[in-house]
Design a protein around this ligand. Structure first.
Ligand SMILES: Cc1cc2nc3c(=O)[nH]c(=O)nc-3n(C[C@H](O)[C@H](O)[C@H](O)COP(=O)(O)OP(=O)(O)OC[C@H]3O[C@@H](n4cnc5c(N)ncnc54)[C@H](O)[C@@H]3O)c2cc1C
Length: 394
């Protein structure tokens, strides 16, 4: 094996968490490289619905918790980046700047309570019946609008990765050994590479557990939350929003233009149906999901449309009761820092938290370090609907 590559930080995993961390480390003048064993964003980031949650979804049960406030603050930081702020994300595709929030009865009371009680910067606004989009006809309860931005997560990955293309490697970590002064990481790529880094950043989502296992880090346990997301494509309106039932989000719909021949609209549907899905067979899920979608959006008929679904696992720090963690997670053991942003919207905050933790260390080893040119670069993962098996909706 050739001489080790000596750098400040090696990042393992090129989803939104790893790529935001790479951008932050480079902006601070540190030498950082990233290794990805599949395609960038494979797993959670390309499956994300891209909603920069303003916090309301997380506060439906009553008072705003820490997570709702954190999401609200993060959403405002995003607006700055999308407008070309210090991290310029101006070219990320913004699909909408407004989502709808509706339920079949009595939302006014709940929303009024929210508006009064929450310290959120984004409040839902009530909408007069005459202003509603046609697809919300037949909804008997109030309809609210919410200043919630939705982005195309794949275009985010592209914008974060492109300026750092030579810092990205397709390869597999095969050993990690930590000492007082550095971490040695052995990588299998088109040839074997050894990296000696001051810090190892573990941002591999579901893969974090394996990397932490290789490094003998046992104090950062992970939990998995399986989901099954639904997708519908056809001559549909672009829909962005949440249908609410009490404290639950019955469905969350986001839309994009399908890259199929028909250039149809494709809906990506999550929420409670996605949480219920893993316990069902694929065909039972298709019936259940379409039933829920039809009940939540009674104005539309889906004849001529197609349905597909796919399983995906959310990887998070273990919470004890298995529920969604409230906050983005970063934890350092020796020279190894693990990140689970928990939500895409919180990934920039995770990167900022890492930079705070690394602040105490010595000056950067060497700036502008690249992977050797003969080593392969990872591609971007496909959007879920680009690889789906579609069936006609009868
Ligand atoms: C269905 C769904 C919808 C969501 N919707 C939203 C939303 O609307 N808004 C929001 O804010 N959040 C949303 N989220 C959450 C958000 O997508 C995740 O919190 C976020 O994408 C996690 O990013 P990550 O970089 O940590 O992980 P990932 O995106 O999973 O990236 C991990 C990367 O590491 C790579 N990897 C894995 N193992 C290894 C290894 N051993 N070596 C090297 N590389 C490895 C993977 O290939 C991948 O590229 C959603 C999540 C899901 C699943």
């Amino acid at each position: 094996m050739s001489e080790p590559i000596i750098i400040d930080a090696l990042i393992v995993g090129g989803g939104c968490a790893g790529l935001f961390a790479l951008n932050a480390l480079h902006a601070a003048g540190m030498s950082a490289l990233l290794v990805e064993n599949n395609s960038l964003g494979f797993g959670q980031t390309t499956s994300s619905q891209g909603i920069l949650h303003a916090g309301v979804k997380y506060s439906l049960g009553g008072l705003a918790g820490d997570d709702a406030k954190e999401a609200s603050d993060a959403a405002h930081e995003w607006i700055d980046m999308l407008d070309g702020g210090s991290l310029n994300l101006k070219n990320v595709r913004v699909l909408t700047r407004q989502c709808y929030l509706w339920r079949t009865s009595g939302l006014r009371g709940a929303a009024g309570m929210l508006g009064a009680k929450l310290a959120l910067r984004t409040r839902p606004e009530s909408m007069h019946e005459s202003e509603r989009p046609a697809w919300l006809a037949g909804v008997s309860g109030d309809v609210l609008t919410l200043a919630e931005t939705v982005i195309d997560p794949r275009s985010l990955l592209e914008e974060l990765a492109n300026p750092h293309a030579n810092s990205l490697l397709k390869g597999r970590v095969i050993s990690v050994s930590q000492s007082a002064n550095h971490v040695d990481i052995e990588i299998e790529s088109s040839r074997r590479v050894l990296v000696r880094a001051q810090h190892l950043i573990v941002s591999a989502g579901l893969g974090n557990q394996d990397i932490l296992g290789l490094a003998n880090v046992a104090d950062t346990p992970m939990q998995q939350r399986p989901l099954r997301q639904a997708m519908v494509r056809g001559a549909l309106p672009m829909v962005f929003g949440h249908c609410i039932d009490g404290a639950k989000t019955r469905i969350t719909v986001t839309s994009d233009v399908s890259t199929g021949d028909a250039r149809d609209v494709v809906w990506h549907v999550g929420g409670q149906i996605a949480e219920d899905g893993p316990a069902m067979s694929e065909s039972a899920f298709a019936r259940y999901a379409m039933d829920e979608i039809t009940k939540c959006i009674p104005a539309l008929a889906f004849t001529g449309c197609q349905f597909a679904s796919y399983p995906v696992i959310r990887a998070e720090p273990r919470t004890g009761d298995g529920r969604r963690p409230a906050k983005a997670f970063t934890h350092t053991t020796g020279r190894i820092t693990t990140i689970w942003p928990v939500k895409l919207v919180l990934a920039p905050m995770s990167a900022a938290a890492i930079m705070k933790q690394l602040n105490h260390t010595q000056r950067p080893v060497c700036q502008h370090m690249h992977w050797p040119a003969d080593l392969p670069r990872p591609k971007l993962a496909a959007r879920p609907w680009e690889t789906a098996q579609w069936s006609e909706i009868s």
